[in-house]
Design a protein around this ligand. Sequence first.
Ligand SMILES: C[S@@+](CC[C@H](N)C(=O)[O-])C[C@H]1O[C@@H](n2cnc3c(N)ncnc32)[C@H](O)[C@@H]1O
Length: 196
Amino acid sequence: MFVIYVLIYILLIAVFLFNLYLVIKFFEYLYCAKIKHQAPLVASSGVSRRMVVEQIAKYYNKSKNICEIGSGFGGLARAIAKQTNANVYALENMPFSAFVSKICDCLSGGQNNHTVWCDAFEYLDKTNKKFDVAIAYLEPKTTRMILKYKNKIDVLISLDFEIKGLKATRIIDVSKDGYTIYKKIKYPHQLFVYEF
Ligand SMILES: C[S@@+](CC[C@H](N)C(=O)[O-])C[C@H]1O[C@@H](n2cnc3c(N)ncnc32)[C@H](O)[C@@H]1O
């Protein structure tokens, strides 16, 4: 009987923690979308992630520093870190997302992935690092802001959002995998690779 009580107790704690996770995630999403007017946490698709990893392996495998601008829970940054020796910096400004990302970093045991809780643009303003590749899955206006950092970033891989007026070096079509809806507009899954 005692064992059953303990199991029920553990189950209740697990349900409570899971609900807490959903509630915090929901409020962080609302805060991003309605107050900060920035891209909220929507994880990139598995296929897009694989394509990003492939692009890096094929064209940028000598990279030393890679950053992800707006990394959410850091899944994409960790997938890249696993396949390369580069230091991968996951830049995320939402505290809960950055916290979850840091925990997942520790659990993954990787030595080359680093979650940084910061506004990615303030970080890029201050850092002396140069990034061989930056990855972004944001929204059109914020993606364009990355152009300001061309002196610190050699290549930008933007998921789904192109920079209007700038010719991409490569466009990889992942649209069979679906699309992102942002402000009621559908953006097919594509990678836009810009070599600066
Ligand atoms: C669409 S999600 C992408 C998540 C992740 N990159 C992925 O591919 O699964 C965008 C993320 O960027 C973050 N973000 C938006 N603007 C940011 C900024 N200026 N600095 C840091 N993070 C930002 C949001 O909080 C959100 O987690």
